[in-house]
Write a protein that binds this ligand. Structure first.
Ligand SMILES: NC(=O)c1ccc[n+]([C@@H]2O[C@H](COP(=O)([O-])OP(=O)(O)OC[C@H]3O[C@@H](n4cnc5c(N)ncnc54)[C@H](OP(=O)(O)O)[C@@H]3O)[C@@H](O)[C@H]2O)c1
Length: 249
């Protein structure tokens, strides 16, 4: 699809991969709207990239998702790309029982929000000449890291959802892309990576953003970036070995 002249909404676009994508898309000649929960992060992003539009929104909340859609549709009638990028990642020890589940809900943010926002935007996008839904999943959706059981499950589910959605929309103007990043150096799990003494912090978010834009341009609907390709391939050729390698620490 064309990669300029679009109007793009990126959830979680104030930091990390989302912000890198906002930068690349603005550079390529697109109008970009970002949303997130933290007003200060949105303001910081706008300070660095004054062309973008911002909106405070917690995608874990049904009401916020509906309001985001209504606001976007009336303020940006040309909106034609939704990027489901907002996500959180939690280490979770389920031997602790229900205590492990206290806190933010990965299922609501990483999966339910993507499904609900897709359903809200699809009828609106069906009226466009060309539109896209871009889901940001993860290599960990293909080979799980057991210390993050729910995170990996949400990303596996997002992959599955993307495959089915692409099939359902195959005769429509809406293309469904899945971008599968490897480990990326962002705020996500920065604390966890510190605690685990993990030296390697991943590739720069700009690399994922560039891969995403190139995927859109080539109509390459499922793109595994960098080492995420090894995970995707390993999950198909020898899933048991791939799981053991991922979890040997
Ligand atoms: N970093 C990696 O290694 C990696 C690898 C594979 C996949 N990914 C995926 O890439 C996506 C982007 O993550 P990132 O690495 O760029 O991390 P990040 O910098 O932490 O970005 C996540 C963004 O999502 C927003 N967000 C979180 N919960 C939200 C909510 N309930 N409502 C609205 N916005 C919310 C955050 O802003 P607020 O907190 O202000 O809301 C933040 O801007 C995620 O889906 C992640 O799973 C990352």
């Amino acid at each position: 699809m064309k990669i300029n002249g679009n109007t793009v909404l990126i959830t979680g676009g104030a930091t990390g991969i989302g912000f890198a994508l906002a930068q690349e898309l603005v550079q390529a000649g697109n109008e970009v709207i970002i949303c997130g929960r933290r007003e200060n992060k949105l303001a910081e992003a706008k300070g660095k990239l004054p062309q973008i539009h911002t909106r405070v929104c917690d995608v874990s909340k049904d009401k916020d998702r509906r309001e985001l859609f209504a606001w976007a549709r009336s303020n940006f009638p040309n909106l034609n790309i939704l990027v489901n990028n907002a996500g959180i990642q939690r280490m979770m020890d389920l031997t602790k029982g229900l205590e492990a589940l206290a806190g933010e809900d990965e299922i609501e943010i990483n999966l339910k929000a993507c499904v609900h926002l897709s359903a809200l935007f699809i009828p609106f996008f069906l009226e466009k000449k060309e539109a896209a839904i871009v889901n940001v999943s993860s290599g960990l959706g293909f080979v799980p890291l057991a210390i993050m059981p729910v995170y990996c499950a949400t990303k596996a589910a997002l992959h599955s959802f993307s495959v089915s959605l692409r099939h359902q929309l195959r005769n429509s103007p809406i293309r469904v892309f899945e971008i599968i990043p490897p480990m990326v150096d962002t705020e996500l799990d920065r604390g966890g990576r510190d605690r685990r003494g993990q030296e390697y912090r991943g590739i720069p978010p700009a690399e994922v953003a560039q891969a995403a834009i190139s995927a859109l341009e080539r109509n390459d609907f499922e793109v595994a970036v960098g080492t995420a390709e090894n995970l995707r391939a390993g999950s198909r050729t020898n899933p048991e070995q791939a799981f053991q390698n991922m979890n040997k620490r």
